[in-house]
Every structure is written in structure tokens, then in C-alpha cells.
Ligand binder design. Structure first.
Ligand SMILES: [Ca+2]
Ligand SMILES: [Ca+2]
Length: 282
């Protein structure tokens, strides 16, 4: 006797198709406009002794000269002394290319590109000293940038937050912080370093602009203390008797950020049951 037993295969498949956009490509061809100038400043006594010159039209439209490229301080009563100054050497940067290329791993990056050039011309200002603080010195300044990224068909005005800079004119006869190049280097603190990285999203990509400069970073606690701010402060120091240029650099990156709707196809594979055959022999 021969008995044959077989089950017929049962297959079930489920495919879920969600409504979706067609995924947009990354935008690789960008250029930018970057206008920079000082929009606020204060001397250490609040006495209005800072001189602002070289007007800049930072923000297009509206008020035409809304900032200044140069701040100078220190009195000029004696030929032995010079004023110190802080200067934006590149107040207007127009149509500079910053293209993205595929660097793998789903990441796109520009080359490192020059942004704003600032110079501290640090000279002995012949300051008076009052209560241990340099008189006639710059106390704080606000640097405002207008940054516009441009790409054909994708104009994107990325307005950067202003950088707030606190400046400390260290007394040159006083004890300086360890590692200073001169007695005594002056101190710049950027009080809102979070403004150095800014991001925006277009379609399926998140773009990030990072601003950095050689010598600008987290300062030693002794330096922060001398500047009168909390430990972990962010900025740079500049030696006496020199012009210290600070070339800010820009890096633009992009990465894909898929949204749930663009997960177009969620497939559940075939589910099969009992596809088999068994033979029995008597
Ligand atoms: Ca100085
Ligand atoms: Ca000094």
C-alpha cells in the first residue's frame, strides 16, 4: 500500500506602500555673500571713548550703513602711544563659491573656505589705570554678520546670529597668565560660541555651516579668570606690540535626513506555510 500525503503551499505576502515625495537631491553648488561689521561697542568706563570708522552696509536694504569695520581706542595725548584697534579686513565678501562634494558615508562637504578676516592691532595705548582696570580700553563689541547662501533656484538667506565679543585689555605691567607670549597678551572671549555652528534643512537634507579659526577655542581657566568670565570660556589671546590677523574659515556640510513619509516602501516579506512533502511507505 502506498500512501501519499502532501500539503499545498500557502504563501501570503504583504506590501505596504505609503504616500511619498520623490526624494530631492542634495544641493551641491553654492556661493555666499558675507558682510561683517561692528554694530555695538562699549569702553571699560562706559564713557564713549571708542572711535568707530569705515562704515559698512552689513544688511542689504534698509539702513545703508548699519555697522563699522574698525573700532579704535586708547588716548592720543602723547606721541609715545598709539591707539589699538580691531578691524574687519573683509567687510564685504560677495559671490564666493562653496561647493559640496560627496565624501562618502552619506555625507557631503565643502572644502575649507576663507570667511571673515579680523585683525587686532595691539599697541601700547597709554592707558590710565583706575581700580586695576585699563581706562580708555575697549570693553565689549558685537560683530554682526549677514550671511547669505545662494544656489540657483534655492536662494537661502541664512542670517547668522551676531557674535558677541568681550575684550580684556590686560595691564602690561601686571602678572600675566601662564603661557602668554608677551606681558601681557590681551584676551577676546566670544560669549555665544554656539553661533559658530548653524544648520538649516532643505527638502531631505540638513546643511550645517561651521565657522572656526586657528587659535580660537576653549581658553585655559587662568585666562578666563583674568577676563573675568567663567571657566571653559571660548576665544583667543593676542600678543602686545603686534598685528594679530584672525582668518575665520567656513565649512559647509550636508547629510540626508529622511522623513517617515519618504520611507516609500515598507515590504513585509513573503510568509510561507508548510511547503513540504512527506511520503510514507507501508
Ligand atoms: Ca593691548
Ligand atoms: Ca595687554
Amino acid at each position: 500500500m502506498k500512501l501519499s500525503f502532501a500539503t499545498k503551499s500557502i504563501a501570503a505576502g504583504v506590501v505596504l506602500l505609503f504616500a511619498s515625495n520623490v526624494s530631492a537631491d542634495v544641493i551641491t553648488d553654492w556661493s555666499f555673500d558675507l558682510n561683517s561689521g561692528f554694530t555695538a561697542w562699549e569702553d571699560t568706563e562706559g564713557a564713549g571713548t571708542i572711535t568707530a570708522t569705515d562704515p559698512v552696509d552689513i544688511i542689504p536694504g534698509g539702513i545703508s550703513d548699519d555697522g563699522y569695520a574698525k573700532l579704535a581706542w586708547g588716548h592720543t595725548r602723547s606721541p609715545l602711544y598709539q591707539q589699538s584697534n580691531l578691524e574687519v579686513n573683509t567687510p564685504i565678501i560677495a559671490d564666493r563659491s562653496i561647493a559640496l562634494s560627496d565624501v562618502g558615508g552619506g555625507l557631503y562637504s565643502s572644502a575649507i573656505t576663507d570667511g571673515t578676516l579680523l585683525t587686532h592691532n595691539n599697541w601700547t595705548i597709554g592707558t590710565g589705570i583706575e581700580n586695576g582696570t585699563a581706562k580708555w580700553s575697549l570693553g565689549s563689541a558685537t560683530l554682526t554678520d549677514y550671511f547669505q547662501l545662494k544656489s540657483p533656484g534655492h536662494d537661502q538667506a541664512a542670517r547668522l546670529d551676531p557674535f558677541n565679543i568681550e575684550f580684556t585689555e590686560t595691564l602690561n605691567a601686571a602678572t600675566c597668565f601662564p603661557g602668554a607670549a608677551t606681558a601681557c597678551d590681551d584676551i577676546f572671549v566670544i560669549t555665544n560660541p554656539e553661533a559658530l555652528t548653524q544648520s538649516f534643512i532643505i527638502d531631505d537634507y540638513s546643511y550645517s555651516l561651521t565657522i572656526f579659526a586657528l587659535g580660537v577655542g576653549v581658553l585655559d581657566d587662568a585666562i578666563c579668570g583674568m577676563a573675568g568670565v567663567a571657566n571653559g570660556c571660548f576665544g583667543l589671546t593676542t600678543p602686545e606690540g603686534e598685528d594679530s590677523p584672525v582668518q575665520f574659515k567656513l565649512l559647509l556640510t550636508a547629510r540626508n535626513v529622511p522623513e517617515p513619509a519618504s520611507l516609500a516602501l515598507l515590504g513585509l516579506g513573503l510568509v510561507g506555510f508548510g511547503f513540504g512533502r512527506r511520503k510514507m511507505k507501508a
